[in-house]
Design a protein around this ligand. Structure first.
Ligand code: S3P
Length: 188
């Protein structure tokens, strides 16, 4: 198989998408982080956009940035923010990019309790302002179906370093399959 031009990392807040993407970007891929791009485009932080315009406006900006990222011409790694797979339009865009062979989507799956340990005290994620732990558990459970729907593979990140996860992503992209699970079940 030819290596897909784009690696797209999806998963919950705290699953390590941005850190892993930065690591993968050291290997000749442009780093595209949807939250960072939304902030650059608007000159405002994600928190400010949520506060002044509301979540629906943030989601529109996120969709437009995701679509731009999927159109990136060269090799890139896209850290897709935690809510990206919730939109049908985004899922369709990801599906098209996968079908065209240009994108390979990896779900970084992390134990919800680990997410709570990692980002339960985060102050820059508006969705976690109230009852962060409860919200993370609830979102992790409700979003799993959509992460699964958009992913080519799942990489379980529990107990793994950023470097380990990046290596697992690379192995999956290369089709090596070592330690990987197909999003629909064990690799055959
Ligand atoms: C969100 C995830 C955040 C950010 C916003 C909403 C979500 O990005 O886009 O706070 O809905 O899961 P990260 O996944 O990079 O933390």
């Amino acid at each position: 198989m030819t290596t897909p031009r784009l690696i797209v990392l999806v998963g919950m807040m705290g699953s390590g998408k941005s850190s892993v993407a930065r690591r993968l970007a050291r290997e000749g891929r442009v780093l595209l982080d949807t939250d960072t791009l939304v902030e650059e485009r608007t000159g405002r932080t994600v928190r400010e956009i949520f506060a002044t315009d509301g979540e629906p406006v943030f989601r529109e900006l996120e969709t437009s940035v995701l679509e731009e990222c999927l159109g990136h011409a060269g090799p890139a790694v896209i850290a897709a923010a935690g809510g990206v797979a919730e939109s049908e339009r985004n899922r369709t865009a990801l599906h098209r990019a996968r079908a065209a062979g240009s994108a390979f989507v990896v779900w970084l799956r992390t134990d919800p309790q680990e997410l709570v340990r990692r980002v339960g005290h985060s102050t820059n994620r508006p969705l976690l302002d109230a009852d962060a732990g409860g919200r993370l558990l609830e979102l992790a459970a409700s979003r799993a179906v959509n992460y699964r729907a958009v992913a080519d593979v799942v990489v379980d990140t529990d107990g793994m370093s950023v470097q380990d996860v990046a290596a697992a992503v690379n192995a999956a992209v290369a089709g090596a399959g070592a330690g990987m699970m197909d999003a629909d079940g064990p690799a055959t």
